[in-house]
Design a binder for this molecule. Structure first.
Ligand code: SF4
Length: 490
């Protein structure tokens, strides 16, 4: 029998310890936590929304290993179902409510043995109502409590359900260790949480709280460990506004990248999400000198109109935005920029909409994510009157998307004949043809046929030449396999 600390986030050092033991008849491993024995169980998680949520899901699954949970691939096999929700997008929100409703049936099939929990941004703002409304929901928890997930699951199995926890983490520093369990060479590393911006349409500051950064030394040590012991070669630094990183500690994203640059074995650094107001000159300089920083930057602009940006409380003008892009391109001529656009913001005029189309022509984004504006409860924008109809919003969104696709087709065409080094992430079969796919340093996906069908190229670095493109995809020709070993990216 081995005895280890509990891993229960809310308990102190004197809390219950876990005791693992093996049933000699079945060979199954059990863990005894306090008075409760946890047999092997399965957790199924559904994640909606941003990369931060996917990162949180990984973390939750890792914590649950201490309570003898492994991941179920199908919801039907699960003993515990957890939803990690997003309050930002309408579509994600609607899907979540429909999935949660379906769980009633699933729970009945399992004769109430299924435990159901809801986490994430919807749980933060609406957890109390969810618990009341959905009788089959056992507990709800906000994003700042995920490191206490084992406490909540323990509490439920101890017979105490129908609770809701949305505490903020009040500790002085934001301090965590990255947990990954996927065995791939790519990792997301959370460096800052919360947001101080209060864009009028956004719910995030109310669901994730004020900005708090991890200390630079802690992040560097965390990533050094991931590179050395878990074979990580590519990291994405995560935060709601990653450009604000370190302000409260007198540190910065630029400094962090320069420190990470020194780690042997780390090949590629990405960061997201950026706010144009906080892209500093120092950070732009780092884009020019770093050998490991991705040559792709996602810089959400949201609108091409200064008056709309003002109504959104975005704190920058289009002139400022274009100045940042120009400086980035001066520092790093190969950099490509993508963006987010909200079509039909509150009372947007046709002239304001035309400004967004003009911006697409000027900025020449590599790709865009675009959405029709939808009201989020509890935001400032939701309290304002709005004269735009759903039809106008949809038409403007379509116009933006079609305009961008035309521009994108031209940009992509210029890639034909060029060779890129990519990290192979997987393969897809389409019309009986199986192709591998990987991502270039600047985040474009290239699909290609291997030279030998039986060859396993998963997580290899390979050189591919782009042979044809459309607005949305790049097809390539395999040139050479560089293997899995670490190869500096030029
Ligand atoms: S910067 Fe604006 S849009 Fe982004 S998370 Fe903060 S409030 Fe929301």
């Amino acid at each position: 029998m081995d005895t280890t600390p509990s891993g229960l986030g809310l308990r102190d050092a004197d809390g219950p310890t876990e005791e693992w033991f093996t049933d000699q008849t079945t060979g199954q491993r059990f863990v005894k936590m306090g008075d409760i024995v946890f047999p092997p169980r399965k957790v199924w998680m559904k994640t909606y929304g941003c990369q931060m949520n996917y990162h949180d899901t990984d973390r939750i699954i890792d914590h649950l290993k201490s309570l003898n949970f492994t991941q179920a691939l199908e919801v039907e096999d699960a003993d515990l179902v957890l939803f990690n929700t997003c309050a930002v997008r309408d579509l994600a929100n609607n899907k979540f409510y429909s999935h949660l409703g379906n769980m009633k049936h699933q729970k009945a099939l399992k004769k109430d043995k299924l435990v159901v929990g809801v986490g994430g941004c919807v749980a933060q703002t609406e957890g109390k109502e969810l618990i009341k409304k959905y009788r089959h929901l056992d507990f709800a928890f906000g994003p700042d409590t995920i490191d206490s997930i084992n406490d909540m699951v323990y509490r439920t199995y101890a017979g105490d359900s129908k609770f809701f926890i949305n505490n903020w983490d009040r500790s002085e520093n934001f301090s965590i260790q990255t947990k990954i369990s996927h065995g791939t060479p790519q990792a997301f590393v959370n460096i800052i949480k919360g947001c101080n911006k209060y864009c009028t349409y956004c719910i995030v500051p109310y669901t994730r709280g004020k900005e708090r950064s991890r200390k630079l030394d802690e992040v560097v040590e965390d990533i050094r460990r991931l590179v050395k012991y878990q074979g990580i070669q590519e990291v994405t630094l995560l935060g709601q506004n990653v450009n604000s990183y370190g302000k409260e500690n007198g540190e910065s994203l630029a400094q962090l990248i320069l420190e990470l640059e020194k780690l042997d074995g780390l090949e590629l650094i990405r960061y997201t999400t950026s706010h144009p107001y906080d892209i500093s000159d120092d950070l732009i300089k780092v884009h020019g000198i770093s050998k490991k920083l991705s040559k792709h930057l996602h810089l959400p602009v949201q609108s091409g109109s200064n008056t709309v940006l003002k109504r959104m409380n975005r704190e920058y003008t289009i002139e400022h935005y274009l100045d940042r892009i120009a400086k980035l391109k001066e520092a790093q001529p190969e950099i490509i920029i993508s963006t987010d656009i909200i079509a039909g913001f509150l009372n947007e005029t046709d002239e304001e909409h035309q400004d967004t189309l003009k911006l697409l022509d000027t900025a020449k984004f590599d790709f865009i994510y675009s959405y029709a504006y939808s009201k989020r409860n509890k935001t400032r924008a939701a309290r304002s009157e709005d004269h735009l109809t759903k039809e106008i919003r949809s038409a403007r969104l379509r116009e933006i998307q079609l305009h961008q696709l035309d521009l994108q087709a031209v940009t992509r065409e210029k890639l034909v004949g060029k060779t890129f080094r990519i990290l192979v992430e997987g393969k897809n079969t389409f019309k009986d043809e199986t192709k591998w796919k990987g991502r270039t340093n600047c985040n474009r996906i290239i699909h290609f046929l291997p030279s030998d069908e039986d060859e396993n190229l998963q997580w290899h670095w390979v050189n591919v030449e782009v042979t044809s493109t459309t607005a949305l995809s790049c097809q390539g020709k395999f040139i050479s396999d560089l293997g899995k070993k670490l190869i500096p990216i030029q």
